[in-house]
Design a protein around this ligand. Structure first.
Ligand code: AMP
Length: 468
């Protein structure tokens, strides 16, 4: 087995790696580091969680150890699609370069130009940036890219999704033709292939896991769910999410909850908070300092649930996420792979549960086609369908499910022990006063066989649920 010592890294880098607690290189590191150290271009096809950041940062530090920074001319450049990812690369750089004197600057939106300008003026070895911000600095005449010897493009497929490819091409053209390029992407879309054919020179190609594969250490499941009424779907879905979280109990130490839309991210986070769950949102519309604060709290274990959009969460390195909950089935199948890749990282066990409403079935099919396996269907922890829940509350005058505490929902979980007896003891007798077609049988007092007091409608709902 390859060890870090076999890779040809600078001893200062090796000791930082030991301090980071890594015992052996991951496959992308073992594959990318030696050719990178030889000065070759590298095309790494790897998703986040594979250790790819160290795969390019470690050789970069080793190579840069041999020269000195010059004013306004960074010697290397790392491009990342989002602010968080860029900040994460910067953190990695600090860890691995701690025994060296190398300097870095982070150019991302939401951080003042002034401070970064001062660093660049002095001269930095490594510039870590998002493409738009880098070009802003360049256009202000504050930066020269002609000294770039090593250029890294990280998460190129996400750059493509975000429309950054023209910026990347422009940046490539601003750097010297003789530069070394380390290029990473989870997938090789035709557009990415074109860019690599144009700007990389005879790269060493390392593919560690296809984007279409999901780690074996992740237990996956889909909870299919049909709303009792269309206009109640959102509310019932949030209720289902809480029930799913509750059903995981203490196994769920922390989780990322993914939503397809930013507005939904806010609503779900707010709703969870209202119900006493420790949750906060993260998406592109929140200001940078707030995003950083939320992310730090989540990383440090001070925040249990991070509710996120795909763009905000892409590539986030959060070492120990026990669960990923997909509040929505992602509309791009590859996002599913990325989302669930937030858990089960570096061989740890993880669990990913996805809520699927009928409208999202087509996306679920696309995901299963992509990953080439069926995602197991798991039973909804909401034994009583939300419709039944509501019909009870309508008749008893209790607050609707959405407004009650999470503890109340535990009573609605599969019939076990005291919670089931509580349900039959209170809810059923209260239902005795019901009216209308869907109401339970009434008028026989308390000595009625239990089955006669049940509503037929919810039973039908239950049958439907099992049939799905
Ligand atoms: P990345 O794919 O770069 O986002 O890295 C995912 C996680 O793996 C990070 O938390 C790294 O600290 C960790 N990591 C990177 N290299 C190794 C290694 N050789 N052994 C163990 N963990 C690693």
């Amino acid at each position: 087995m390859t060890t870090f010592a076999d890779l040809g890294l600078d001893p200062k880098v090796l000791s930082a790696v030991v301090d980071a607690g890594y015992t052996s290189p991951t496959p992308i590191q073992a594959g990318a580091i030696p050719p990178a150290l030889q000065g070759r271009d590298v095309l790494g096809i790897a998703q986040t969680g594979t250790g790819k950041t160290a795969g390019f940062v470690l050789p970069m530090i080793t190579l840069l150890g041999r020269g000195r920074a010059r004013a306004r001319m960074p010697r290397s450049l790392v491009l990342a699609p989002t602010r968080e990812l860029a900040a994460q690369v910067a953190e990695n750089f600090d860890i691995y370069a701690k025994n060296t004197k190398l300097t870095k600057a982070l150019l991302i939106g939401g951080v003042s130009f002034k401070e970064q300008d001062a660093l660049i003026d002095k001269g930095v070895d490594v510039l870590i940036a998002t493409p738009g911000r880098l070009l802003d600095h360049f256009e202000r005449g504050k930066l020269l890219l002609t000294g770039v010897q090593i250029m890294v493009v990280d998460e190129a497929d996400r750059m493509l999704d975000m429309g950054f490819i023209p910026d990347i091409e422009r940046i490539f053209q601003l750097t010297p033709f003789t530069r070394q390029t380390l290029f990473f992407s989870a997938t090789m879309a035709p557009e990415i292939e074109r860019v690599t054919n144009t700007f990389l020179s005879a790269p060493e190609k390392i593919e560690v896991a296809r984007a279409a594969t999901t780690a074996e250490s992740i237990e996956q499941g889909v909870v299919r769910y049909t709303a009792s009424r269309k206009d109640r779907q959102a509310k019932e879905k949030r209720e289902l999410l809480r029930a799913i979280i509750d059903a995981e109990g203490e196994r769920c130490t922390n989780a990322i909850i993914f939503c397809n839309r930013k507005t939904e991210v806010d609503i779900v986070a707010k709703s969870l908070k209202t119900h006493g769950y420790d949750a906060a949102p993260i998406h592109g519309d929140l200001d940078q300092s707030q995003r950083m604060r939320t992310l730090d709290a989540f990383r440090e274990g001070k925040l249990r649930f991070l509710v996120a959009s795909d763009v905000a969460a892409r590539g986030l390195d959060v070492p120990a996420v026990s669960h990923v909950f997909n509040y929505d089935v992602p509309s791009h199948a590859e996002d599913y792979v990325h989302r669930i890749g937030r858990t089960g990282r570096a061989g740890r066990e993880g669990k990913a549960l996805t809520i699927c409403v009928p409208h999202d079935e087509k996306w679920l099919t696309a995901i299963e086609d992509l990953v080439k396996k069926e995602i197991p269907r798991v039973e909804s922890p909401l034994k009583a369908p939300a419709a039944q829940e509501r019909s009870k509350s309508d008749q008893t005058g209790r607050k609707p499910a959405e407004d009650r505490s999470p503890a109340a929902h535990v009573e609605e979980k599969p019939a076990t022990g005291s919670s089931s007896s509580r349900r039959s003891g209170s809810s059923r007798s209260k239902r005795g006063g019901g009216r209308g077609r869907d109401e339970p049988v009434v008028g026989m007092g308390d000595h009625v066989p239990a089955f006669l007091t049940r509503s037929f409608k919810p039973q039908a709902d239950r049958a439907e649920e099992t049939a799905e």
